[in-house]
Design a binder for this molecule. Structure first.
Ligand code: AMP
Length: 331
């Protein structure tokens, strides 16, 4: 079945391994003949933390380079900046009229964000999932590849689509998620996050730096005090074995690592070395491709310009339909 695949990444700092394994790898997987793939950079969403304008602009173009280095082909996928399509913000406003505030306040990512930064609980943080719903529903996406943390936000987009359709007649498609979504732990075992520089492995880090970070900071099984103590890779290892499950190729290899840990045949240091060797296999082709386009800023601008035009043409059609159904006339 052909799909309209849509996903995005905020323009806050540079991409990390969680973005790569949880999102970008899947973007490339769905780039297939027959699918319409729309991958954007969520620069408006980045404004909830109001980084410097230079940073937002810089991150935006760097993420486009990451997309291309990872294997997205601008001839096959529509790559665009969210802000290039003003109708997304317009649709967000319309959707906000059928969205109850209480439901937004209960979303886990909102709760986490206000806990992290209680001095900046801005309205944009609360309406973040409604803007995301506009991103998704605008081009009538059928499939949204995201990491596990985004499930409540996609659920909200589905619920908004359902509410709108019930009230105004069939308009939006209910987007599906992938059957398996992942959460990549950072070095401290919490979700790897761009906003937490200490726990993240950035895609631009060299393999020796990644190795040093895992060796120094990677939290394993804290109950395993001695090399001769058996470890528990499944429940207690925080940051190493769970990533092996995501990057180490082959069920037999993964089970061998887990069994060696369970029988104390392998220590955490050796296990970390093996992990970084396997991360290198995933990252090295990406990093080599990234070097090729590092200076191609004109090309990136062209990709964004062309992608913006294509995405806007699709989204405008939906917004026109919505305006008509809710009674808004542009004179
Ligand atoms: P963000 O950086 O919050 O804009 O996230 C962009 C995409 O990367 C979303 O689909 C997230 O679910 C995904 N993502 C970010 N961090 C992780 C992680 N640690 N594990 C899995 N997916 C992630």
């Amino acid at each position: 079945m052909s799909q309209i695949v849509l996903s995005g990444i905020r323009a806050t700092s540079r991409l990390q391994l969680g973005n790569f394994l949880g999102a970008v790898i899947n973007f490339v997987k769905f780039q297939q003949p027959g699918n319409t793939c729309m991958y954007f950079i969520a620069d408006l969403h980045s404004l909830t933390t109001m980084e410097s304008p230079e940073e937002i602009r810089g991150n935006l173009t760097e993420i486009v380079k990451d997309y291309i280095a990872a294997g997205l082909d601008p001839e096959q996928s529509i790559i665009y900046a969210q802000s290039s399509i003003p109708e997304i913000s317009e649709l967000c406003l319309y959707l906000s009229m059928i969205q109850q505030v209480g439901e937004l306040e209960r979303i886990p990512t909102f709760k986490e964000k206000i806990k992290k930064n209680p001095d900046n609980v801005n309205l944009g943080l609360l309406t973040y999932p409604v803007l995301m719903a506009a991103d998704i529903l605008g081009p009538k996406a059928t499939l949204v590849p995201v990491g596990e943390d985004q499930v409540p936000n996609v659920e909200l987009a589905r619920s908004l689509a359902r509410k709108f359709n019930n009230r105004f007649g069939e308009t939006f498609i209910l987007p599906e998620m992938m059957t398996e979504m992942i959460r990549v732990p950072g070095l401290d075992g919490k979700k790897m996050s761009k906003s937490d520089a200490d726990n993240a492995i950035e895609l631009s880090m060299t393999i020796p730096v990644i190795r040093e970070r895992y060796l120094k900071f990677g939290v394993t099984d804290i109950e395993r005090k001695l090399r001769s103590d058996p470890g528990d890779p499944y429940k207690r290892c925080q940051s190493v074995y769970p990533v092996h499950e995501l990057v180490t190729v082959g069920e037999i290899e993964i089970r061998a690592i887990a069994n060696a840990c369970l029988k104390a045949e392998i220590g955490c240091v050796e296990c970390k070395h093996q992990l970084v060797d396997n991360i290198a296999k995933v990252l090295e082709p990406f990093q080599a491709a990234r070097v090729e386009i590092v200076d191609k800023n004109d090309f990136v601008r062209e990709v964004l310009h062309e992608g913006g035009k294509k995405a806007r043409a699709l989204i405008i059609e939906t917004v026109k339909e919505v305006r008509e159904k809710i009674g808004i006339v542009i004179y």
